[in-house]
Design a protein around this ligand. Structure first.
Ligand code: AMP
Ligand code: ZN
Length: 133
């Protein structure tokens, strides 16, 4: 059974196409966070960052850049956010990797995530675990 984004890519269900090339596609999110909220993704089905190869990722990021530029040029916005929810714990609902490109308008109400503080020594412990040598 195809995922919903594969069905859109195959033309089986409709979408409002913003951009398409050989390997990537972008269409309007059906439930926009702000007007112009666009989803950019590879045409090939890969669930997440771990599944897509570097060439595929580079190609989709080129498409993200083009879409972001179109939002700036044609909606008159001064900036946009790029989000990717990687896996269900991070809020990924559709397991076909996609980048949310969300144009930002003054007073649009989109809040970024909360931030805290490390306890003494905690940052060093985390760093020792995740540092890539
Ligand atoms: P995520 O939570 O990162 O997996 O995001 C999935 C996004 O896909 C949500 O923002 C939905 O609003 C959007 N979405 C779901 N179905 C469709 C559809 N048929 N066309 C366009 N966007 C969709
Ligand atoms: Zn898919």
């Amino acid at each position: 059974m195809d995922c919903v984004f594969c069905q859109i890519i195959k033309g089986k269900i409709p979408a409002q196409l913003v951009y398409e090339d050989d390997t990537s596609v972008a269409f309007l999110d059906i439930n926009p966070t702000t007007p112009g909220h666009t989803l950019v993704m590879p045409k090939a089905h890969h669930a997440n960052f771990e599944e897509i190869d570097e060439a595929g990722l580079a190609a989709v990021m080129r498409a993200v850049k083009k879409v972001g530029q179109s939002l700036k040029d044609n909606l008159g916005v001064a900036g946009y956010n790029v989000y990717e929810n990687n896996d269900p714990i991070a809020g990924q609902v559709i397991p076909h990797i996609h980048f949310h490109v969300i144009p930002r308008y003054p007073g649009d109400g989109l809040e970024l995530w909360p931030q805290g503080k490390y306890e003494s020594g905690e940052a060093e412990k985390i760093l020792n675990k995740i540092k890539i040598n």
